[in-house]
Design a protein. Structure first.
Length: 101
């Protein structure tokens, strides 16, 4: 079962609960209020379409992300060119200044 983090809107208490995705949010364990908000505490760093993650796949540095985008930009431009033609991608910026068609 998934684990969810919550914050009570009444007393501000933060807590974690394990329950099904379709279950109702739990009451606050401190003040028993039903007015709780689910918190998003993390998000994946692997973007769809990029085959290999930058860094360890969880916490990439800014430099690792830039390097990955520099590597992927020519591939993405080629896909766009193949689908939309040269005119459609003229003004798309590149993160790889050394890339020549």
């Amino acid at each position: 079962m998934p684990m969810y983090n919550y914050r009570c809107k009444q007393c501000g208490h933060e807590f974690t609960e394990v329950h099904g995705i379709h279950d109702l949010p739990p009451d606050c364990p401190e003040c028993e209020s039903e007015d709780v908000q689910r918190l998003i505490t993390s998000a994946p760093t692997i973007a769809k379409g990029i085959l290999t993650p930058a860094g360890d796949g969880h916490k990439a540095t800014k430099e690792q992300l830039k390097a990955k985008w520099r590597e992927e930009t020519p591939k993405l431009q080629k896909k766009l060119r193949d689908k939309l033609g040269d005119k459609a991608i003229e003004d798309i910026p590149s993160l790889n200044p050394n890339y020549d068609d």
